[in-house]
Design a protein around this ligand. Structure first.
Ligand SMILES: Cc1cc2nc3c(=O)[nH]c(=O)nc-3n(C[C@H](O)[C@H](O)[C@H](O)COP(=O)(O)OP(=O)(O)OC[C@H]3O[C@@H](n4cnc5c(N)ncnc54)[C@H](O)[C@@H]3O)c2cc1C
Length: 386
């Protein structure tokens, strides 16, 4: 096998697949030689949820769409008709099979299952060393977290979004398949930020996911016992678990883009493309991959690939508040959902709100707590932008 390529993708997960999919529909990339190195050839069970317009390029990949969503807390239940938007769910195993088949048939691509050990930008080209090979490319796209200064967050408040989900099947009709509960805080918060997703696929099948935004992980048994308790609270006693998923997503405003060099870019979660205050990543990979495609076509240095804007600053303050007083999460989210329309919240969470949306949402939070956090973060903000 040759070892010189136009592009090398380290990792063949969501961000690499989305970028390759977009390349596959652009003639500019038809003759580019591409190598993908991935160390896991087993099926991955994840579900990705995101909101989008009724029709988008992802329509063919979506397993389930909801037009109504619910926010819940102990004394609050807010339902919302999404109108022209849909809350979508994609299951990773079907998605990967389908998207990989498309990209591998349309692009000049080689896939190697191997462990990437090192990536180094040598100014004109980038070298990639794996357990069983050495390769060179003009441009490298890295989605492997260990090659970014992932754990070096000391100067930034860092929380973990961690979760475990069960897809369960019941014998009787127990769910409303038209309604997705995106946050249910009506559970014991244990002085932390804890909630459930309840995403019914059918009237007898749903993904039930226990999610926490905290500094540390919890014991494996606690995720499971909380899920069982939640299922009991829905008056469901007879059910079968058909699949399980779990994950940990970093929630941080660490400026990952500073680690991109001319020809090496960190993508996906490893590139800081995860929304720090929510953990949502799919939509951001979708958006940033469009920007990346135009960078490649115009042959611009990845050093100029910047995406930090005013939302970075809002996320920093929000995370700092949650980091210092983790128990306020349910109150903050409840206030936000009570005082604002879901459409403006979704625009805000997509970093696409108007200044008026931003003002109204920020204004709904407790002022003193946020002002204190803002003042405390001024040095961090200045040092990041200098
Ligand atoms: C269970 C789960 C559910 C999620 N749900 C949502 C959701 O609902 N909505 C949302 O917006 N986001 C969600 N996310 C966050 C985010 O969308 C996903 O984590 C997404 O997969 C990130 O894409 P990525 O390309 O950055 O990383 P990945 O998809 O993880 O890709 C990285 C790839 O690198 C490979 N790799 C790692 N080390 C090496 C190595 N040394 N050599 C070679 N290959 C290596 C991995 O095997 C992996 O395939 C979820 C995350 C998880 C874990």
């Amino acid at each position: 096998m040759k070892n010189k390529f136009d592009y090398i993708f380290c990792g063949y997960g969501l961000s690499s697949c989305i970028i390759l999919y977009k390349m596959s529909s652009d003639n500019f990339f038809r003759n580019k030689s591409i190598l993908v190195i991935e160390n896991n050839n087993k099926e991955i069970n994840k579900t990705w949820c995101f909101w989008d317009n009724k029709d988008s390029i992802w329509s063919d990949f979506i397993d389930k769409k909801w037009s109504d969503i619910r926010f819940k807390n102990i004394d609050t239940e807010i339902d919302y008709d999404l109108k022209q938007l849909r809350y979508n769910m994609i299951s990773s195993s079907k998605f990967f099979k389908k998207i990989k088949k498309i990209v591998e048939s349309k692009l000049k691509i080689s896939v190697v299952y191997d462990d990437v050990l090192n990536i180094s930008d040598e100014n004109v080209t980038v070298n990639v060393r794996s357990k069983n090979g050495k390769y060179t490319a003009n441009k490298v796209f890295n989605s492997i977290p260990k090659f970014t200064p992932y754990d070096d967050h000391k100067n930034f408040p860092k929380l973990l979004q961690h979760f475990k989900g069960w897809t369960i099947k019941t014998n009787t009709s127990c769910f409303d398949p038209s309604l997705a509960t995106i946050m249910d805080f009506s559970i014991d918060q244990k002085n932390e930020t804890r909630f459930f997703y309840l995403l019914p696929k059918k009237n007898n099948e749903a993904l039930i996911e226990f999610t926490l935004f905290t500094k540390n992980l919890i014991e494996e048994e606690e995720y499971e016992s909380e899920i069982k308790k939640y299922i009991t609270s829905l008056n469901i006693t007879d059910y079968a678990i058909i699949s399980k998923e779990k994950g940990v997503i970093p929630m941080t405003c660490y400026p990952y883009d500073k680690y991109n060099s001319s020809n090496l870019i960190n993508i996906g979660t490893a590139g800081g493309w995860t929304k720090p205050s929510s953990g949502y990543t799919f939509r951001f990979i979708d958006k940033f991959s469009d920007k990346l495609i135009s960078f490649l076509i115009s042959d611009r240095s990845f050093k100029n690939f910047k995406f930090r804007n005013r939302y970075w600053f809002y996320d920093l303050i929000f995370l700092d508040v949650l980091f210092n007083k983790n128990s306020v999460g349910s109150v903050l989210f409840e206030t936000m959902f009570k005082k604002n329309s879901f459409s403006s919240i979704f625009r805000f969470l997509d970093n696409e709100g108007s200044y008026w949306d931003d003002f109204r949402i920020i204004n709904s939070f407790p002022k003193l707590m946020f002002i204190k956090s803002f003042l405390k973060n001024i040095p961090r903000i200045i040092s990041t932008y200098l």
